[in-house]
Design a binder for this molecule. Structure first.
Ligand code: PGA
Length: 242
């Protein structure tokens, strides 16, 4: 695992954006898995800017959504679907047939897990994954206690996730379960970027990097990834010992 600390969120986001764009330029049919959330918003803005400016063809790129709130429809502004529509799809020409996200309203959510696992297998895995970190150390909806060797699964959301998650919604919203790629997917991904910015993430980042590698802090699995990069701004790195 590599650790990169940046002067500020702008520098971090520019670097993360160029990682994404470079992956696409090196492999026109790259499979990219992205997270929603506040953390990567500026990164996606730069991705859009570079792809538009340099007229990069993304028609063969496959997009995989990391997770989704179960039971929240795609037109709800707090959903991951809505997020990607706002920040990426309305600006970029992905092929609709190359976009795969968990359908939160599916009658049998478990079949969504099977569908996503199958898609990823058929694509021969994910080339690049960009994730954030929750205040409880989760990645996607891989909450504390999750086995490291899981593929897609349905999750009862952790209390922290339910309360912090309210920030994405216009009004108080009942959040009970999530659906997510598993940490086994992360371990099998070619390259993984974990981004964190701001002082509020400093403590969980310290636990992730300096604590034991354990499913109590799911993000600590990054330290076992041969090609994992933790990218922090100075504030998120402020409690690290070295
Ligand atoms: P955030 O969420 O980017 O909104 O802080 C990160 C996460 O919960 O994974």
């Amino acid at each position: 695992m590599q650790l990169n600390i940046f002067e500020d969120n702008d520098a971090l986001s520019r670097e993360a954006a160029s990682e994404i764009v470079n992956t696409i330029q090196q492999k026109s049919n790259a499979v990219i898995c992205l997270a929603s959330g506040s953390t990567p918003i500026l990164t996606y803005k730069y991705v859009v800017e570079i792809i538009q400016r340099d007229k990069i063809d993304i028609a063969d790129v496959t997009f995989i959504g990391l997770d989704e709130w179960l039971g929240i429809p795609p037109d709800n502004e707090g959903s991951c679907h809505y997020f990607f529509q706002q920040h990426l799809f309305q600006h970029l020409r992905f092929s609709a047939s190359n976009i795969y996200m968990f359908r939160a309203m599916a009658e049998r959510p478990i079949s969504e897990c099977e569908r996503m696992d199958k898609v990823i297998r058929h694509l021969n895995g994910i080339d690049l994954m960009l994730v954030g970190i929750g205040m409880n150390g989760h990645i996607g909806f891989n909450e504390p206690g999750v086995p490291f060797n899981k593929y897609s699964h349905i999750v009862d959301l952790d209390e922290t996730t339910v309360s912090v998650g309210q920030k994405y919604f216009k009004e108080a919203t009942v959040l009970k379960q999530g659906i997510t790629l598993g940490l086994q997917h992360l371990m099998e991904t070619g390259k993984v970027l974990l981004l964190a910015n701001g002082e509020k993430k400093a403590l969980i980042i310290k636990q992730t990097i300096e604590g034991e590698i354990s499913n109590k802090v799911p993000a600590s699995i990054m330290r076992q990834h041969p090609n994992g990069i933790i990218m922090l701004d100075k504030e998120a790195a402020s409690l690290l010992s070295h």
